[in-house]
Design a protein around this ligand. Structure first.
Ligand code: ATP
Ligand code: MG
Length: 255
């Protein structure tokens, strides 16, 4: 049975995609068979892994809305062991179309069922909303990873997110757990970063991963080369932090 992990936070720009892409790349490089499912119409994760959007004819939209088998849409990335179920901006249409399709919250789960045993870990990169696309990810997932940006208003919206997790547990996915909180874009020179880290630890306790992701320009540059940090600049501070996070995720899961 694979582990299904959704990287989620409805707040925009907190490091969801950077975390998903780099975790996926490290996990794959450590020999795990990985599927990254890009659930965001912005398709940043697909692009960050070097997928050429102009070359994709079909994406998650076709799987969710038209019932195209996931197997026919999944592509290999340039990294061994790492496959991608890509998104394109067309996926934005699914947000609306899902509303009138039954079952609307479990379509992703049903679509992944035939392929999921090909993988050890499946990662979902969620959009910055608590829309039906995100609910589909939460319904499919075993656990969530929540990135929190070490900036002003970092914890704003967290209670809404935890409430959504509760609702999903009550109605659709009772087993859903929080795997961990990742502090991102940490700047050790600022008091603010330290304060956010402290607040997050107060709120989430031991759920906060020990690995903290620093603000690191190499992490921000890597996507424009279609490369995860492990290939773009493996010696950078950002790379070391994501490698450590990856080890922590593997340890927690005993896999
Ligand atoms: P969205 O909500 O739009 O999907 P997101 O939560 O996926 O955003 P990212 O796209 O991962 O967030 O990051 C937002 C921006 O910050 C990007 O330009 C990214 O390259 C940059 N970034 C992410 N993490 C870091 C970091 N640790 N250091 C520096 N820049 C970062
Ligand atoms: Mg994103």
């Amino acid at each position: 049975m694979p582990q299904l992990l959704a990287v989620v936070n409805q707040k925009g720009g907190v490091g969801k995609t950077t975390t998903t892409v780099n975790l996926a790349a490290y996990l794959a490089t450590f020999g795990k068979k990985i599927l990254l499912v890009d659930i965001d119409p912005q398709s940043n994760a697909s692009v960050g892994l070097g997928v050429d959007r102009t070359q994709i004819s079909r994406c998650l939209y076709d799987v969710l809305i038209d019932g195209v088998p996931a197997q026919e849409v999944i592509i290999k990335s340039s990294i061994a062991n790492l496959d991608v179920l890509p998104s394109t901006p067309r996926l934005a249409g699914a947000e609306v179309e899902l509303i009138s399709l039954e079952p609307r919250e479990t379509r992703l789960k049903l679509a992944l069922a035939p392929v999921q045993d090909n993988y050890e870990i499946i990662l979902f990169d969620c959009p910055p909303s608590l829309s039906l696309l995100t609910v589909n990810a939460l319904t499919s997932a075993d656990e969530v990873i929540i990135p929190i940006q070490c900036e002003y208003y970092a914890l704003e919206g967290i209670s809404q997110l935890t409430h959504t997790l509760e609702l999903v547990r009550e109605s659709l996915n009772p087993q859903l757990k929080i795997r961990g909180i990742v502090l991102t874009m940490y700047d050790p020179r600022t008091l603010l970063s330290a304060q956010v880290a402290e607040e997050a630890r107060k709120y989430f306790g031991a759920k906060v991963f020990n690995s903290i992701i620093p603000r690191n320009v190499r992490l921000a540059e890597a996507p424009s080369f279609g490369q995860p940090i492990i290939f773009y600049d493996p010696g950078s501070k950002g790379a070391q932090a994501y490698e450590n996070l990856c080890r922590e995720v593997l340890d927690d899961g005993n896999s």
